[in-house]
Design a protein. Sequence first.
Length: 344
Amino acid sequence: MEVLTKDEVLYHRGSLLTADGVMVASWDLEQQESFSGDYFSLAGYRGIRNAAAAPFSVDYCNESVVHIINGMGVTLGDSIIGLTALEALREFNPNLQTIIYRPGRAPHYVDQLYHLAAGVVADLRWLPWKAEHIPEQELCIDAGNQLFWPAFTTLPMIDFFLQALGVEPTAIPATAKANRWMQKLCLPPLPERWQNKPYVLFCPTASTPLRSIPASAHVPLVNALWEKFACPVLGFGAVDHPHYVDIQPLSTTTADFLAWVKHARYVLTSDTAAVHIAAGYDVPTTAFFTSIAPELRVRDYPLCQPVYFAIPELNNVQASARKHDLEQVELAFTTLMLNELPWA
């Protein structure tokens, strides 16, 4: 095995292995001020499979357990879809046991989702982890650092994760690709004021400014929601509108966030986790896409109406806060015809 350079360590298409056989996530090293030592590719070690290194297929009908190293990302949206892919494996084997080895330094709000899913979709462990502690005869797949896999930007994300797990995406029905496993989660009740009261939800902020709805569009979109549904518009962050309520202080955990989306009458959102949560709970949605084609994210969501601003220079850009890029996004939103918004 060849020692990876420092740049290769951070951008490696998969997880890492130390000289003494410990599995490590590049993300965890990136969160440190510095790191040292020799790191190698985990792919192939003790039979560990990695589709970025060598495509493979698995007959899950004949597997009892699968270990997923460094799955399924460090953002909430990616994690929802990755967990959907894991749950879809039960189409082949309802009794399959899945074990995820998570990056140790992933954002807390993301790991809260995995805690909710523990025992529902998968069991949890955290990296670093000694590779020899996984039985060598059991199926082990490295799904780490997927942002740097070429297929991540060219396939619908659910298809990407299924291929990373050794499954042909067409073998899974579309109904198993819409995150409905989330309906099994135990969520907290809404505050008493909002229980059994209709509201619509406005979710403008994504994990990157590039995919967020510009502030200049917030009031017009909230007003469009009010005029369409004639019920309170709830959302996350301040918006100066008489029928808008900022519920950010009432949504302090991931479980709270899921509950607000679950009980909404309608969701209007940017390209963010809310669109995937709404699909899981069959909540009608309008979602705005600025740099990622909608078919790569919401193809299997029948109740989602996407709005796509095709900005060629931003095509497939995953994240950006550059002034020029954000100006392009803001300009695109000025062309929006609010009376022609598509409603699911």
